[in-house]
Design a protein around this ligand. Structure first.
Ligand SMILES: [Zn+2]
Length: 194
């Protein structure tokens, strides 16, 4: 199901939610897990062809958030430098429980670039905790905050995983709550129900 959450912004509701911002540049936030790929493709294509997506930004590299990166042939991919480093240097320690399809692994391993501080209309805010390289994306104009697995509607994300940093989680959650308060942001979480 696609839900319009702003004039040019859509939520693709799924096991893990993906988000699509169509203007000024088509951007996808998180891509969902591979066993939902046909659903994710069909939902996005109701709004825009997959080939028109220019940028894919990832809150973190857990499989349910990044496993469909390979369906965007013309996109550039971005994630936090710390997340990229953990995947490339410590993949077996942090991600060994899940085997990514080869096309996905190749993108995560070679093509994903470190996030800049800003994209058009979107600020990137590091929130280490759920993983060391977690980020949230803040859209002050549309008053939306994309929180991935760090903060859900009424629950916080796990911080006991191999690549979590529990001591930083509290500070990251406080940072998010201050942003929500200051800019009156609506929460766009990575999952609706857990
Ligand atoms: Zn996660």
């Amino acid at each position: 199901m696609v839900i319009q959450i702003a004039s040019d912004t859509y939520k693709i509701k799924g096991y893990a939610n993906c988000y699509l911002i169509t203007k000024p540049i088509p951007i996808i936030i998180d891509t969902g897990k591979k066993d939902t790929v046909e659903y994710v493709k069909a939902q996005i294509e109701k709004i825009i062809p997959l080939k028109d997506i220019k940028i894919v930004i990832l809150t973190h590299f857990h499989y349910d958030h990044c496993e469909n990166v390979d369906i965007f042939p013309n996109a550039k991919f971005y994630a936090a430098a710390a997340e990229i480093e953990d995947y490339r240097k410590h993949k077996h320690k942090y991600f060994h429980r899940h085997k990514f399809p080869k096309a996905v692994h190749d993108i995560l391993n070679k093509k994903v670039l470190p996030l800049p501080k800003k994209f058009p209309g979107i600020d990137v805010v590091p929130v280490p905790g759920h993983t060391r390289g977690c980020v949230v994306f803040v859209d002050k104009k549309r008053k939306l905050i994309y929180t991935g697995d760090t903060l859900f509607c009424i629950k916080i994300g796990r911080f006991d995983l191999p690549n979590s940093s529990p001591e930083e989680m509290k500070f990251s959650l406080e940072k998010i709550m201050k942003l929500i308060d200051k800019y009156n942001l609506e929460l766009c979480p990575g999952h609706d129900e857990l």
